[in-house]
Design a protein around this ligand. Sequence first.
Ligand SMILES: [Zn+2]
Length: 103
Amino acid sequence: MEARFEAAFLKALKKHASIKKLVKRKVDMIIENPIAIGEPLKGNWRGFYSCPVKRNFIIIYLYCEVCRKKGDNAVVACSDCQDTPDNTIKFVLLGPHDDAYGI
Ligand SMILES: [Zn+2]
């Protein structure tokens, strides 16, 4: 599994440094089993997955194998999907539930 971290994710991680360990543990779990642990999002976020870190605090990510199966890469902002291996996970965003959806 190949993990990539988007700039927005890293920036958010800096901002929420107090829960860095929690996030790291969750990231490892997602890398191990991205589909089982995450919840597919709908609407504007179709194709993305979310996974709670703690109450009301989520990680949003993409799993390229799934982008392709669903044909979501046409809709989803998975910019370089064509160039990534199937087993790529992109960590897109991290934050309080409402903030994360509000971008
Ligand atoms: Zn993709």
